[in-house]
Design a protein around this ligand. Structure first.
Ligand code: MRU
Length: 361
């Protein structure tokens, strides 16, 4: 997507041909900064501290992180320790393991001296495939928005989204926001309700920034406002992303998604998750019981970071000193609350049968 008229991906090979350039998402929306990753450890740190985040992008960053790790040593042992380090950075988004498995499949059969070049090739493919996959997800999601727009006869279609499943969460285009961008570009009047998404505020910081950049009308709301808007007919469609989807269609996504799905269900608002096949964890069925939910530093709950009056980033305390807090990163929306799923292969019911039909392999 474009930033100040220039096309960017969230991750790419640096012009030096070996280091990896990322958009530092910790600095958005107030500063647009590109940083270079030069070692496996730097890549792991970038994932863990959320300089790169969002399930598909975490996978892409892990693939390149492994390339950096193989530069000094491409032995089986180095592959194992590199993968282990990267795997530990974020436990919930399954794309991380998927990408490392893909790298393993491509590299382990090769002799060590041939691995580095093949690793960069496979990482680049993972990134390119992600872009194409997301464009397809956008096309399938657009088919939901078009009839809504027709029915509303020129009135805007109101879409609520949670967290950031836009282009910043993938390599480009995004998942939940890809249909929105395509609709907007096709002249369909869309408006997005952006959940702020406490505690990391990916909605306020990232989704609002993305939509502003692309000129898509949007309104930032407090996380608690969605139910009220749905009760008053202000939401036509909820579109969210996913960090892990079970073989039965349970959807794990940013904390708070489940509450939005309950409100949507109660108010008859269609609720869809958009994600690539690499987000499906075929090994598990029951998302609530089986998906590991990341817990992050409680300070993300008790404190808030933003722009101070002098234009510098500051952190402020929200709670009394030493307040005990917990910080769950994700929750699981059971398949029965999902109207459907949007994948690169099309729209499907959130069920084992639906997913199996779409992905018979
Ligand atoms: O903690 P994050 O920012 O990496 O969380 C991931 C997300 O952005 C969301 O849960 C998103 O909806 C799914 S990732 C496409």
């Amino acid at each position: 997507m474009n930033v100040n008229g220039q096309a960017y991906r969230t991750i790419r090979l640096h012009a030096d041909g070996w280091s990896v350039e990322i958009i530092d998402q910790r600095r958005l929306p107030h500063e647009f900064v590109l940083i270079r990753l030069t070692t496996l450890e730097e890549a792991a740190e970038a994932i863990g501290t959320m300089a790169v985040r969002g399930a598909p992008l975490i996978g892409a960053a892990a693939a390149y992180g492994l390339c950096l790790g193989l530069r000094p040593d491409a032995s089986d042992k180095a592959m194992r320790t590199g993968s282990d380090l990267l795997l530990k950075t974020r436990p919930t988004a399954v794309n991380l393991r998927w990408a490392l498995d893909e790298m393993g499949k491509a590299l382990l059969p090769l002799p060590p001296e041939k691995r580095l070049e093949a690793a960069y090739r496979r990482a680049a493919e993972i990134c390119d495939n992600d872009v194409e996959t997301n464009r397809r997800i956008g096309g399938h999601g657009l088919k939901l928005i078009e009839p809504m727009a027709k029915k509303k006869k020129g009135e805007r279609v109101n879409i609520l989204t949670h967290c950031n499943a836009g282009w910043l969460a993938g390599v480009d285009w995004g998942m939940a926001l890809a249909p929105v961008y395509l609709a907007h570009d096709a002249g369909i009047p869309v408006h997005v309700w952006v959940d702020e998404t406490r505690p990391r505020n990916q909605g306020a910081a990232l989704t609002a920034w993305e939509l502003k950049n692309h000129g898509v009308p949007h309104t930032l709301i407090a996380d608690n406002a969605g139910g009220h808007l749905m009760q008053h007919g202000q939401v036509d469609l909820c579109l969210v992303g996913a960090d892990r989807v079970t073989a039965c269609g349970d959807v794990c996504n940013k904390i708070g998604t489940y509450l939005k799905a309950l409100a949507a269900h109660d108010n008859g608002v269609p609720f869809y998750a958009a994600f690539p096949a690499s987000t499906i964890d075929w090994r598990i069925a029951d998302g609530v019981a089986e998906i590991p939910i990341e817990q992050r530093d409680a300070r993300e709950v008790t404190h808030l970071r933003g722009l101070g009056p002098d234009g510098h980033s500051i952190e402020i305390a929200l709670a009394p000193a030493d307040t005990h807090a917990v910080n769950y990163g994700f929750d699981v929306t059971p398949a029965r609350l999902m109207t459907g799923l949007i994948t690169e292969r099309g729209l499907v019911q959130a069920s084992a049968e639906g997913l199996r039909k779409l992905f018979p392999g």
